[in-house]
Design a protein. Structure first.
Lengths: 102, 265
């Protein structure tokens, strides 16, 4: 029997099924309350920390580059924009540092 | 002259105490006793003559019940009736407790919670629902890692949620807090009440002289809270009724259900 797609991933917007009252979600995959995969949960945490300014843009970029960003083009618009902002801003900062060293 | 009372005036049941049957540890003590009642039952089997007339009756299946109503809601009594252990939070052993808040949305479309929300990191608060001026539900916002339409961001450390710019009014937020000053009892269908020993303390008076006060006890070696009909009246004037099934000790030699004692001093 097909399961109801009752959640929407906070990162990619995909519909998925999760039963927040079920023991497997409670015990092993509590992140399923907000995202569909563990990789998207890791991205969520990085972006949340960046939004809450508990990590800076450099740290955010470093952490994001360690993650699998496959499907980035299909991520939720606000997520895609912030990831782009992090990656781009950091690149330009690095470029400025290299220029100043010359 | 030996102290040998017959008729006494029972003023009141002073307290009911529950003890662990194996260790005699005190597990509960109830002091607001109303309508205490001690009763026994037996099953009678008639022996009939040829005309079907009973000529004698044998009794077996003897057991007792003790019931009372506590004037106040007792968490210890409820735990005993539910077969549960009352969990008491303390420093280093916090309990998680649900909270529902209606918060006025502040400047910058922020919602500042009363307590630090706990739970799945990042989703300590999953939804925020706007309460309209007429108390109907408004828009529902979902937690996100970044600001966006229909989304809010959450900084659990500062207890602050930030809604989309321009959102005003009141917000309903449900979340869980961690507390070191709370207790919890859980009613589970997997558990049934444990058998206890009961010690019931009574105050008697001499019917001829009220000033003569006697102490009485009723000792029930085996008493199990009856879970077949536990009802908690959740009102200020509500009482807390309890009933115990009194049975004999299997290993006891006397088949004792309970014993009543009255002492002159």
């Amino acid at each position: 029997m097909s399961e109801t797609l009752n959640h929407t991933c906070s990162i990619c917007g995909s519909k998925y099924h999760a039963c927040v009252g079920c023991s497997d979600v409670k015990s092993f995959t509590p992140w399923k309350t907000i995202v569909d995969t563990i990789e998207h949960y890791k991205i969520f945490i990085i972006l949340r920390d960046y939004t809450n300014q508990t990590i800076d843009v450099n740290e955010a970029k470093k952490l994001l580059l360690q993650r699998d960003l496959v499907g980035l083009e299909n991520f939720n618009l606000e997520i895609k924009n912030v990831i782009g902002e992090i990656l781009e801003i950091e690149d330009s900062k690095e470029a400025k540092v290299i220029k100043s060293k010359k | 002259m030996a102290f040998n009372p017959n008729e006494l005036v029972l003023e009141k049941i002073r307290a009911v105490e529950e003890y662990d049957i194996a260790t005699s540890v005190l597990l509960g003590r109830y002091t607001q006793i109303e309508s205490p009642n001690l009763a026994t039952t037996a099953t009678g089997t008639d022996v009939l003559d040829a005309m079907g007339s009973p000529i004698m009756t044998f009794y077996n299946g003897q057991q007792g019940t003790f019931g009372f109503t506590n004037s106040l809601l007792s968490l210890d009594l409820a735990a005993s009736q539910f077969g549960a252990t009352k969990e008491v939070a303390a420093t280093g052993s916090a309990l998680t407790m649900p909270v529902s808040e209606i918060v006025t949305i502040g400047s910058g479309a922020t919602v500042v919670l009363k307590y630090t929300p706990v739970g799945t990191t990042g989703a300590e608060v999953k939804y925020i629902k706007i309460i309209n001026d007429d108390n109907t539900f408004g828009a529902t916002f979902e937690v996100s890692a970044t600001a966006g339409a229909g989304k809010f961001t959450l900084n659990a450390g500062t207890k602050t949620a930030t809604l989309p710019t321009g959102t005003t009014g009141r917000a309903f937020v449900q979340y869980y807090k961690s507390t070191e000053t709370a207790v919890k009892i859980t009613k589970s269908t997997e558990k049934e009440p444990a058998v206890r020993s009961l010690l019931i303390h009574a105050i008697f008076h001499n019917p001829c002289n009220k000033n003569l006060v006697y102490a009485g006890t009723i000792w029930c070696p085996r008493a199990q809270p009856d879970p077949t009909n536990v009802s908690l009246d959740l009102t200020p004037e509500g009482k807390h009724a309890a009933s115990y099934l009194l049975q004999k000790e299997y290993c006891g030699t006397e088949g004792k259900l309970f014993e009543i004692m009255v002492s002159e001093d």
